[in-house]
Write a protein that binds this ligand. Structure first.
Ligand code: ZN
Length: 462
């Protein structure tokens, strides 16, 4: 009995193991068949003709579907390549999950949006199923159907468009948790300058422009940022007929806890040097205050608008640069207010001058009481107008600049514009925010009233 029983037991085990193996094989085979033939519903595409690439590791599976451009092998190859790139990106993210963790499924299904005869936006709605919870992310690209390549940034935006994109992106990152510190850093500022090369990856989804920065390019993680395409007006070349209805002033964030300097430029605008300085400020994410003479505002109204569009401040330096102490009554009032009137008019009431700098710093009691503006002086005079030497202007600024300074220069001189090529990057690299006078006073929490003299953020006098 015992022998029999023993034998029967071992037979039972052999049979049991065989059955288990067989069952497993059937289950595995079924799963394999199922996966290749028909995906679980969560991983399927909404398009019956979709193609797919996928990656499966135990309980983790990612599927990227892509459109079938059967009739066009170039587009087909591009779409497949883009799908593989996205799959690699998703697989890399999958690797962050422990192997034995709950199952993770990722389904990247596409939508397309025709932008023009030439351009097609491919948008990925990506759904992540981790255990029982589902989260979503997005990705995309634009196909240039003429070249069968990705759309070129330079073909999509003009320089003003790139300026707005860079300004908007930098500002958004200054306000984004986790990126905030990085957004003020010198490498980040350089890497986000308004050039086509710095903004290579983007797509359009229902009137929104989405820019993507791959993991490791600007930050460790992938960054994406959305702006309404309408903010670009005709500067998105896809919409050449778009109307610029409002003056676009880029958003700017100033961090009160970081050092800042207000560069100020007098006696312009100048047809060549003011745009040169503005372009440097845009490159490094800074702003300055331009104390303009009314007679020159009349000559170059577009430059006044460019000052505002770049985030800098348009301020008054009287109408024709007289010594205000020698004037009174209506002649004084005219000099104090005419530039403001001109700016209001040329901007269709969209720009208001808030600050005045009296020529030669000449301020007597009558000027003080007649002025509707705070009187902005300076605490550093670079003497750029006297030396007319870029190196001396640079040395002066870099040797003496301190948090809260208001620095006096003149944008009508070539040497001052040359000096800006060093001063603006260098101060930024040293960690200074280049701000307007109004931003400086607001960030430092200083109240200043019409007729008061402002020398710096720490020196306001009656
Ligand atoms: Zn002046």
């Amino acid at each position: 009995m015992q022998m029999y029983s023993k034998k029967s037991k071992s037979n039972f085990w052999i049979f049991g193991i065989a059955a288990l193996l067989l069952t497993s094989a059937v289950i595995l085979g079924f799963l394999f068949f199922n996966a290749s033939k028909k995906l679980p519903s969560f991983l399927r595409s909404e398009h019956s003709d979709a193609l797919q690439v996928s990656d499966q590791q135990k309980s983790r599976q990612a599927v990227v579907h892509y459109p079938d451009f059967e009739s066009h092998p170039g587009l087909q190859a591009l779409a497949e390549n883009q799908a593989r790139l996205l799959l690699n990106e998703l697989t890399a993210q999958l690797d962050a999950f422990p192997v034995d963790s709950e199952s993770v499924w990722i389904n990247a299904d596409y939508r397309t949006q025709t932008l023009s005869d030439r351009y097609l936006s491919v948008i990925y709605d990506i759904r992540w199923k981790i255990g029982e919870s589902v989260t979503e992310s997005a990705s995309g690209y634009i196909i240039d159907q003429e070249t069968a390549a990705l759309a070129e940034t330079s073909a999509f935006f003009d320089q003003e468009g790139l300026d707005r994109i860079a300004a908007g992106f930098r500002d958004a990152m200054k306000n984004q948790e986790g990126i905030h510190e990085l957004a003020y850093s010198w490498p980040f500022i350089q890497a986000t300058a308004p050039t086509a090369e710095n903004y290579p990856s983007f797509y359009i989804d229902q009137g929104q422009l989405i820019f993507q920065f791959s993991a490791g390019s600007l930050a460790d993680e992938k960054l994406s940022w959305t702006m309404p395409i309408s903010q670009l007006g005709p500067h998105c070349l896809l919409m050449p007929e778009a109307q610029e209805t409002e003056l676009y002033i880029p958003p700017r964030t100033v961090d009160p806890s970081r050092p800042m300097i207000a560069l100020t430029y007098d006696d312009g605008p100048h047809v060549k040097h003011t745009p040169e300085i503005l372009s440097l400020l845009k490159e490094y994410g800074g702003a300055a205050t331009f104390f303009m003479v009314g007679t020159r505002v009349e000559l170059y109204p577009q430059i006044v608008l460019d000052i505002a569009r770049s985030g800098s401040e348009a301020a008054s330096h009287t109408y024709s640069h007289p010594n205000l102490n020698k004037l009174s009554g209506s002649a004084l009032d005219f000099q104090l207010n005419q530039t403001t009137e001109l700016v209001k008019e040329l901007s269709g009431n969209q720009l208001t001058v808030q600050l005045l700098r009296p020529p030669y710093g000449a301020i007597d009691a009558e000027v003080k009481s007649a002025s509707a503006y705070p009187l902005i002086m300076w605490n550093m005079d670079t003497l750029d107008w006297k030396t007319r030497d870029a190196a001396q202007t640079i040395d002066h600024v870099l040797n003496y600049a301190e948090d809260g300074d208001i620095i006096l220069m003149h944008d009508i001189h070539a040497e001052t514009a040359d000096a800006a090529k060093t001063i603006i990057p260098k101060l930024t690299e040293l960690g200074y925010q280049l701000v307007t006078v109004s931003e400086l006073m607001e960030a430092k929490g200083i109240t200043y009233l019409p007729g008061q003299k402002v020398f710096s953020a720490s020196s306001v006098k009656d």
